[in-house]
Write a new protein. Structure first.
Ligand code: DC
Length: 230
């Protein structure tokens, strides 16, 4: 069977990773959550005190440490889901906190961080058979991807999903704070100079504001079937 690259880009908290992960499992592809990689670098910065009090980053120091930051993924034996590993330690839940969410945007705007992570992402897709989700996968990482999807949903709906997720995990959460974080990240993601979030011309647009997870899954599977038979 022909193996392809599936690039899924879109706004934060719009359910990209759920649908990407489900599809990858169903068709036996590798799944890579590139947001987790930017989050892992951010966690590293927090733990190594590379943020100044005003939230800015000590860029030169981070630059000199980029070679010491090793990010990989492994399949959790229990859940059969990929978990993020930073320098040998599993950090999956620690990269999903509000603290990391509110520090990640400035990290993701740094050119040298993006170059390093994009290089790793391209290496991961060399053999194809991969579903990768992020912001710049169809535009920068794999402009030649055979299937490109751009996912969007309203900011309120995305904030509500994120709120429900955190609540379900028993984390303290304020809807207003989450909505503000979602809107702020949209703004930074779309306006940053390096690889801003934008739909590739040949990406298929999916607004999933009013779709269930099952409906999205069905839609994505149909797109995949079409792409491999193209
Ligand atoms: O998808 P996410 O919310 O986990 O992503 C975390 C942050 O990383 C988000 O603010 C945008 C950034 N990001 C990026 O700039 N490029 C990617 N390919 C993936 C994520």
């Amino acid at each position: 069977m022909k193996k392809i690259i599936i690039a899924i880009d879109g706004f934060s908290s719009c359910g990209k990773s759920t649908m990407a992960k489900d599809l990858a499992r169903e068709i036996g592809y590798i799944y890579i959550d590139t947001g987790a990689m930017y989050r892992a670098v951010t966690l590293y910065c927090i733990e190594h005190h590379l943020f100044n009090a005003d939230g800015s980053i000590r860029e030169e120091e981070l630059k000199s440490r980029m070679n010491d930051i090793h990010i990989s993924f492994r399949l959790d034996a229990g859940t059969q889901r990929p978990v993020t590993v930073l320098n040998g330690t599993e950090v999956e839940s620690r990269i999903r906190t509000m603290e990391v969410s509110s520090h990640v945007s400035p990290v993701a705007t740094l050119g040298f961080v993006r170059e390093a992570l994009v290089r790793q992402q391209q290496a991961m897709g060399k053999e194809k058979g991969i579903v990768m989700d992020g912001r710049d996968i169809g535009t920068v990482v794999f402009p030649e991807a055979e299937l490109k999807i751009f996912v969007t949903a309203s900011a309120e709906i995305r904030a509500q999903r994120r709120y429900d997720e955190l609540k379900a995990k028993g984390e303290e959460a304020s809807f207003e704070e989450i909505l503000h974080n979602v809107e702020e990240r949209d703004r930074i993601d779309q306006t940053r100079k390096v690889s801003p979030l934008r739909k590739a011309d040949d990406a298929i647009l999916l607004d999933n504001s009013h779709m269930s997870i099952a409906e999205q899954k069905e839609w994505l599977t149909a797109q995949y079937e079409r792409a491999i038979h193209a």
